[in-house]
Design a binder for this molecule. Structure first.
Ligand code: OXD
Ligand code: MN
Length: 593
């Protein structure tokens, strides 16, 4: 087959496309320009093949439903590899394959995999256009669904070709659906070559390679080399009532633990005058700025969010933004052509089609929407989205929160004693698992900085990098641990969450701005709010619930320390001394509590 790529001026890009085409043998090659015409044409093709189903276009213009293969609904961490020359550089936190072995194995799977298909070349920018933060990637894929999603999630097409120029550096992202079999599915990262190869899955985290693969795994590796951080964090801006000052908060939570809801928070009625703006809901790239602050950008241009549980009550901004130009994946379909999911404002329909295309009624045993069903929506559609998103210098971060899903032990909020102690709080984060990855849900696992599935190198080196980065900061962010998910003895959540999480953010910014007048109790684990310093008006929590939310039980923490010891040892000599020190300090403080 002969391919004509006269329009590609970047010679290394042209050569790479031809090399891939020689292996994958597509019928044709299409270079994406990102235009609306291209989007419409691809959408029409997807409607014809059934890859997309049109939703009710009157009620929800330009909204479509995609049903994935039933066994391709979440990230597959056991099939995800970091392929460094030396095994120890990938660390105990990653699956490892030798680069040469990975290339041989995947080469065989890519051989002829695009016969009868089109190879799409998707150039994209992650980060503000033209900013020193931003990076260009090029994804080659045989999935139209991937192209349409990448068009929403990144700045894709002509603008990326322009930023790349004739000689620019780009991340090579190769993707094929293959035969969608989990037996022939691999997501292999080659951080030393700035490259990712993925085959056998069409699921977002495995297939939209700008997101987890490039903007987290490869970018975390780049960040270590270049002096910055790629983190699994939302970014939001907060303006208190009657204040001209805006604070910026970044927050790391594991997948499906409410980052999107927090990023789009709507203040409760008892807190009038607060303004919350969204900058990002999943990924932050952070680097020390010339002003000595840690500055952050959101590299993405869209939201790939969990649908179930999204309603006017939990996240009105998200609910409104997904009413147009949205691709829904694996939700249920109502008779009027609109989508439905568990946790929707509307009650369960009497009849629907479930996420696998089967008739469904409220009596059905299975859920109508898959628990990890998703929306893909342009970020600019979010009413709270901030124009600061395109700030080429990023926004200065005042506070970083580490959050996770913990039924017991961990208080609603506490503040670290120092940057080193805060790094320790992030490093020891553990959370109950969710449906965002395959495997059992609700199992407690360590998820340091919520980066366990996303750190592209040895976690011990990553923690050292965290500790070192504060040397570059004259005013480092304050670090906090939060937990919205603590339960009482009957298993009920103690904290209302959602909009009321602003109460925690309020305390956080006051601790940053005016620690003298925002009181806290020093406990063995960190600074806990005093009841007087924490705004609870308008909530009907009993004094017992408030006590339980903030309780620190030294006995429970001493138990937790035992597994921390083993955990830290598993990182061997690459565990930074500073974290051992914090572990020992905590032990000492608990012993004397
Ligand atoms: C996501 C995830 O999709 O973390 O953001 O899995
Ligand atoms: Mn995520």
């Amino acid at each position: 087959m002969e391919y004509h790529l006269d329009q590609v001026r970047h010679q290394a890009l042209k050569q790479w496309i031809l090399e891939v085409a020689a292996i994958c043998q597509p019928d044709r090659i299409h270079i994406c320009d990102g235009s609306e015409k291209e989007r419409d044409w691809l959408t029409q093709e997807c409607l014809a093949t059934g890859e997309l189903i049109a939703l009710n276009q009157e009620k929800m213009p330009a909204c479509y439903l995609h049903r994935s293969a039933p066994h391709d609904v979440a990230r597959t961490e056991h099939l995800t590899f970091v392929c460094t020359q030396k095994k120890e550089d990938a660390g105990p936190n990653n699956n490892w394959m030798a680069p040469a072995d990975a290339r041989t194995k995947l080469h065989a799977l890519y051989q002829g995999c695009m016969k009868g298909r089109t190879l799409y070349v998707v150039p994209f920018v992650m980060g503000p256009l033209g900013s020193h933060f931003s990076k260009v990637g090029v994804e080659i894929t045989d999935s139209k669904y991937v192209v349409l999603n990448m068009r929403i999630m990144t700045q894709m097409g002509q603008q990326a070709i322009e930023q790349l120029g004739d000689t620019g550096v780009f991340t090579r992202c190769l993707h094929s659906l293959g035969d969608l079999s989990p037996d022939r599915r691999f997501i292999c990262h080659f951080p030393e070559d700035n490259e990712v190869w993925s085959i056998g899955s069409g699921y977002g985290g495995n297939a939209l390679l700008g997101k987890k693969c490039m903007a987290l795994r490869l970018a975390s590796y780049m960040g270590q080399k270049e002096g910055w951080l790629a983190e699994h964090m939302l970014i939001l801006a907060l303006q208190p009532p009657n204040s001209s000052k805006t604070y910026h908060i970044a927050a790391a939570f594991p997948s499906a633990c409410g980052k999107t809801n927090l990023a789009m928070l709507v203040p409760p009625t008892s807190m009038p005058g607060w303004k919350v703006s969204t900058i990002g809901d999943d990924i932050a790239w952070l680097r020390p700025g010339n002003d000595g602050r840690l500055r952050a950008v959101n590299p993405e241009a869209g939201f790939f969010g969990v649908v179930p549980g999204t309603s006017h009550k939990t996240n009105p901004n998200a609910f409104e933004m997904i009413q147009r130009n949205t691709i829904f994946t694996n939700v249920a379909l109502r008779e009027d052509g609109t989508p439905w999911w568990e946790g929707h404002d509307d009650p369960a329909p009497e009849r629907a089609i479930d996420w696998q295309g089967r008739p469904w009624t409220p009596q059905s045993k299975e859920k109508a929407a898959h628990p990890n069903s998703r929306f893909t929506t342009p970020a600019i559609q979010c009413a709270s989205f901030s124009s600061e998103w395109q700030n080429p210098e990023g926004v200065p971060i005042d506070a970083i929160l580490f959050g996770a899903r913990r039924e017991k032990v961990v208080p609603l909020v506490y503040q670290a004693l120092s940057w080193q102690h805060g790094t320790f709080l992030g490093a020891t984060l553990s959370s109950e698992t969710t449906a965002a990855a395959t495997g059992k849900v609700g199992v407690l696992r360590r998820d340091p900085m919520a980066m366990l599935p996303f750190c592209g190198y040895h976690m011990g080196d990553y923690w050292s990098h965290w500790l070192k980065i504060s040397d570059e900061l004259r005013k480092p962010p304050q670090l906090f641990r939060v937990n919205w998910f603590r339960t009482d003895n009957n298993g009920r959540f103690l904290w209302p969450g959602f909009g009321d999480n602003l109460r925690v953010l309020d305390w956080v910014v006051r601790r940053c701005e005016d620690p003298e007048h925002t009181q806290a109790t020093l406990t063995p684990v960190g600074y806990i709010p005093t009841p007087e310093s924490f705004f609870l008006d308008g909530l009907s929590l009993t004094p017992d619930s408030v006590r339980a939310l903030f309780a620190v039980d030294p006995k429970e923490w001493i138990d937790a320390l035992k597994s921390q010891d083993d955990y830290f040892r598993s990182f061997g000599s690459r565990l930074p001394q500073g974290l051992w020190q914090e572990h020992q300090n905590l032990k000492d403080r608990l012993a004397s509590a």
